[in-house]
Design a binder for this molecule. Structure first.
Ligand code: GAL
Length: 404
């Protein structure tokens, strides 16, 4: 070890922006910090609370505009291209070449990390977004079955309601409404429809009979959420399921990080299932870090060491075990992972082959940020406005998709 440790002159401090503040997230962030410190550098924490990262991205913009960018920031999907175009990111190609990232990463992922052929970000993990989480004991007591289809979901929700628990734990924040919406779109419409409507933003798919059905199904979920849902953080919604106050939650697998941090076991205390009618598809959400251009050499060295640490097999495992995700690096052993993660890993590969692996629009993976934000707003307006019809929502979706 002493041979590998950097000399004092090379030890740098880097400020890292992220939004990992919930129980499971914080444990995962701690692992990242530890891996940087193990290389002799210092981590300056720049955590901006707020699930989904909307608040963090607003803060990032103002910091960069005022000429005070952090050394590294959690930035994902097509937004990486926007930042690269601004000329503020530092490529990490030398690390990528030396460590052969092209061979270690799925192509669907490395493509997102590159701008004009150059690696501008390092991927951390793969989250599956289309999951449903349930409290096994609560389901059992209510005589409800873990749903595999939307029909079964509504049957289970009715049973849970009769048993006096909140059927669906939800946090009424736009990104959570959107996360639920994309799961419904994938389940009701299928992967082909999802891609046309929510990746290609095809007006005919955004306004048509399938979207009409998606919106109607989405709205049917609302009566199964509770009155206090508005504004609730996602991890508090997960806590309702953990404590047995609610039966189910539709959320990406960072929710599993919360169950695990609370000492709960999958298959015993809680169950995971692909969101209804989406077993053969996968909405992916890859967390990644981009490095901003720095002038001091020690900082640059620390950035490179962080990039390298993130893809090391040991870190890949520890991080995802805490975060609820799966490693992004290919061919790593999955024996320490639970059944939910192993299913995610197998389905990631199978859906990539089948053409049903799709980027999550709610988590910044599918479309440019402006269109994503505008569509997200329409979805929340529809969710929150009883009088709005699917037809009205569809007209707004078509208009929102044109936002630049
Ligand atoms: C996602 C992010 C995840 C997760 C979640 C909730 O967008 O990719 O890492 O933490 O937000 O904060």
């Amino acid at each position: 070890m002493p041979l590998l440790a950097p000399t004092a002159a090379q030890a740098g401090e880097i400020e890292v922006l992220h939004w990992w503040t919930s129980g499971g997230e914080a444990k995962a962030a701690q692992a990242l910090k530890a891996s940087l410190q193990a290389k002799g550098h210092q981590w300056k924490d720049f955590a901006v609370a707020g699930g989904g990262g909307d608040a963090a991205m607003t803060v990032l913009k103002s910091r960069v505009v005022s000429g005070n960018a952090p050394a590294a920031a959690q930035i994902k999907g097509p937004s990486l291209q926007d930042w690269a175009r601004e000329g503020v990111l530092a490529p990490v190609d030398d690390v990528a070449k030396a460590e052969q990232w092209d061979a270690l990463l799925p192509k669907a992922v490395s493509d997102i990390m590159k701008y004009k052929g150059s690696y501008i970000a390092v991927p951390v993990n793969v989250h599956r977004v289309n999951w449903l989480w349930a409290n096994t004991e609560v389901l059992k007591k209510a005589g409800a079955k873990l749903p595999g289809t939307w029909d079964e979901f509504f049957t289970a929700a009715e049973a849970l309601k009769k048993a006096g628990v909140v059927p669906l734990a939800h946090g009424g924040q736009p990104w959570q409404d959107f996360t639920t919406f994309e799961a419904v779109a994938l389940g009701v419409g299928g992967a082909e429809f999802y891609r046309k409507a929510l990746v290609q933003l095809d007006p005919a798919a955004l306004k048509g009979p399938t979207m009409d059905k998606v919106l109607a199904t989405f709205k049917r979920l609302k009566p199964y959420t509770d009155k206090n849902a508005a504004g609730r953080d996602w991890n508090l919604a997960t806590a309702m399921v953990i404590k047995g106050e609610a039966g189910m939650q539709i959320m990406g697998d960072w929710a599993k990080g919360e169950f695990v941090a609370a000492g709960k076991q999958p298959g015993k205390d809680f169950a995971c299932a692909p969101a209804p009618d989406t077993a053969k598809a996968f909405t992916f959400n890859v967390d990644s870090f981009a490095m901003f251009k720095l002038k001091n050499e020690a900082g640059v060295k620390a950035q490179k060491d962080l990039a390298s640490a993130i893809l090391s097999p040991a870190f890949q495992e520890t991080f995802s075990l805490n975060k609820g995700s799966i490693p992004v690096r290919l061919n790593l052993p999955m024996d320490k992972f639970d059944a939910c993660a192993r299913q995610s890993s197998a389905d990631f590969v199978a859906t990539a082959k089948a053409g049903t692996l799709v980027p999550s629009i709610a988590h910044g993976m599918a479309v440019p940020a402006a269109a994503e934000g505008a569509i997200k707003d329409v979805v929340s307006q529809f969710w929150n406005t009883d009088a709005m019809t699917p037809a009205q929502a569809m007209d707004r979706l078509v208009a929102a998709a044109k936002a630049r």
